[in-house]
Design a protein. Sequence first.
Length: 327
Amino acid sequence: MLPVCDHYSGVEVRMRKSLALQAELTQEFGTCVFDVTLDCEDGARVGGEREHADMVVALANEAVAKSIEAGSAGTPRIAARVHPVGHPAFEQEVQTILAGAGVSLCHLMIPKVESWQDVDAAALAVGKYCPDRGGIGPLPLHVLLESPAAVHRAFEIASHERVQSVSFGLMDFVSAHGGAIPADAMSVDGQFSHPLVVRAKLEIASACHAHGKVPSHCVVTEFRDLDALERAATLAARAFGYTRMWSIHPGQVRTILAAFAPARAEVDIAARIIEAAHLVDWAPIEFGGQLHDRASYRFFWQILERAHQTGQSMPAEVRPYFETPQQ
């Protein structure tokens, strides 16, 4: 499972603020509760891609070094979004970022993926410049689907072994229809009601769950309207099957965390069921007049994981499962 929020930033001053906020919330919650993705695709000026990539390397390495020095409660989760496969800057960008900061990154975001072959080309490039990351395994890939054709191939793309998460690119998806979808389909209300947008979101979520990947919901363009963001995040989590969401403003992070967090009553019930199951070595139990077995145990364990990911305090009976062992 991944943190429920993925925060994007492409300008240096905002990148630094985002990394500082990540460190602050890590100390507050005792774990890293959101990713910071340093954006090259939308952040770099045309012709300045190499310079921007160098900055991403420096910022990622600096944040990790500061975390180690401070004895942080959780390792920083820092990613980079590069240009699409086939873009003139792609190869150089991947080489620069991975050769310089491959071990500091948690994943690489590949935008405008159209096919399984695009994912494979990205995986080959990553393997070329960052084959083993010092023995910690290959760098996971996150992919962004932004066209009708890409959504059509969502199950195929999600099946690639290197894909960890699939995101939906709302604005490019709407634009790709040449005016056939109205502009208000990019609004908070429109993106949850227009049939083609709804279909695309559900297709991506379904593809991810079919292949054990993480579906990541798109941005909310009304980025200063936290009530609108809360509505969107709640719908994405509760009705559309998404377990992660993009943030494009630091003020959105806490709202997304709260919307994707399970209710306290859900967490308390999950803890009691898991503890009761543990006491009988995971045999079936009766709880509240209902039968529970390993199928429901998985469900309730996932609620506890989500609670931990969103910084909630864990009930005493399951707290030891989430504590970091003392060295």
